[in-house]
Write a protein that binds this ligand. Sequence first.
Ligand code: MN
Length: 343
Amino acid sequence: MELLTIGEFSRASRLSAKALRLYDELGLLRPVVVDPGNGYRRYAPGQLERARLVAWLRRVGMPLAEIRSVVELPAAEAADAVRDHWRRVEADTDAKRRLAADLVEYLSGKDTVMSAVLAVKYAVRTDRGLVRPANQDFAYAGEQLLAVADGFGERGDAASQAAVSALQQVGVGDLLNAMDDAMDDAAQLAGNAVRDMAGSGTTLTALLWSGSRLGLVHIGDSRAYLLRDEELFQITHDDTLVQSMVDEGKLTTAEAASHPDRALLSRALTGEASPGVEVRDGRIGDRYLLSSDGLHTVVDIDTVKEVLATEEPQQAVDRLVALANAAGGPDNISCAVAHLIPR
Ligand code: MN
């Protein structure tokens, strides 16, 4: 077999001699012979295919460490690895695009969204209701966080409180740096907070914000609603057995609302599952409501919308709690409201 000099191999593979020496050092592509006397590298023609693959992967932007394992894979698995790599690149690009758009608006001074011009008016209220012996809900509203948690089990009250305080530890600096990562961390923290509370757990629905970026954290059957352009949207999906039956077309929404097992959760924070996280864009004029099921199972949605649309946050939470109690107050009631307003 005729071996190729590094110059010949470089021309054939379209990789520079410098790159070839680097790949040798990194173990990506070793010459078959290195002359012990003068250090000249010699390559076999059969190595060209691997060299071209390395060059392609470099052009796609794959890190060298990843290329090292991909070139060892059978073709089909290597194809999967390239596909995964590209998916990550696109996700990363999306996140950067959103950050860049915010920055452009901020620097051009015409935005209506950054924290420089966006303020939040908020209020929160939680109530035992008229039937339950204790209040195991926990609710919070502050400059950066809105949260409702509905605890269950012997230590349900501790669980709901722990889940919300975990989110209070997520600093605004973290959010600015990397909202997506910070949201995952927040979800992890909240999950850890209720570990070792055997048999007890909590729902958790929370909004964290930094400028116009909102992080929505959710698990269980508490809900988040958004009133925007005079329309009310439920922006969380109930983690309940009846909701999954509705999703599968086995129940109508109306049947689900009166189903005897409607309170059975398919997912909750018990120390094992983590909440889902989602990053959303907030706009001036948005009004958010978080509620525990003690509110939204007894107060109809049109009334909720009317209250949210017409009242200031404090009046809204007061009225909503009063409405739930007027409907019998069968469960603990929590609600938190935030209005995004110009500063
Ligand atoms: Mn409840």
